[in-house]
Design a protein. Structure first.
Length: 185
């Protein structure tokens, strides 16, 4: 079997983006042969070229340091209709706010999130943990050793970004009409 078909099969079968290191590990374990990173890079480029064909609806994309097959942007309107049908997985406004705070302030405790939002966040944090958009990253070195939360790898996939640094800066999203008082104060 050719390496290219095996790499394509691994990317297709992966629920999330698959990293080059994972591809190498799987191929070496399954084929009992040494696999070079350059060979994998060449196979990935060949697969990308193959799916660049405008007659195909999917493409190979690098997201969050991994590779994944995604629908091409020209089909997003059709796919959005499917998303509407399956809107059960949609995040509530409270969950989105909680997720945004965790993404920008991570690692952060539940108490810190609640202080920013001004309301109890137990339910939102539980739902975000269930959806695997956030994860427990450790414990704080404060009294009671509260849990620290941060975004998961699935968060980057969900948001379509490669890393947290791809999030817009808070200054880019701040609206001057929402401010109170003078800047000199």
């Amino acid at each position: 079997m050719l390496i290219e078909q095996n790499v394509e099969a691994l990317i297709f079968a992966s629920e999330q983006g698959i990293r080059v290191e994972e591809i190498i590990f799987c191929l070496q374990a399954a084929l009992n042969t040494e696999v070079d990173e350059a060979v994998i890079a060449k196979a990935i480029e060949a697969i990308k070229r193959k799916y660049d064909d405008e007659l195909l609806a999917i493409e190979l994309v690098k997201i969050n340091s991994g590779y994944q097959f995604l629908t091409k942007k020209s089909y997003h309107q059709v796919i959005s209709q499917l998303q509407l049908q399956r809107s059960k997985k949609k995040l509530s406004q409270a969950a989105l706010e909680t997720l945004a705070i965790i993404a920008y302030k991570q690692p952060v405790t539940k108490l810190e999130v609640e202080q920013i939002r001004g309301v109890n966040c137990d339910y939102s944090i539980q739902k975000l943990l269930e959806k695997e958009l956030i994860s427990i990253t450790g414990k704080a070195d404060t009294v009671g050793k509260p849990l620290l939360y941060g975004t998961s790898n699935l968060f980057a996939d969900y948001m379509g970004i490669n890393s947290i640094s791809d999030l817009p800066l808070l200054t880019e999203t701040t609206n001057a009409t929402n401010s109170i008082g003078n800047e000199q104060e």
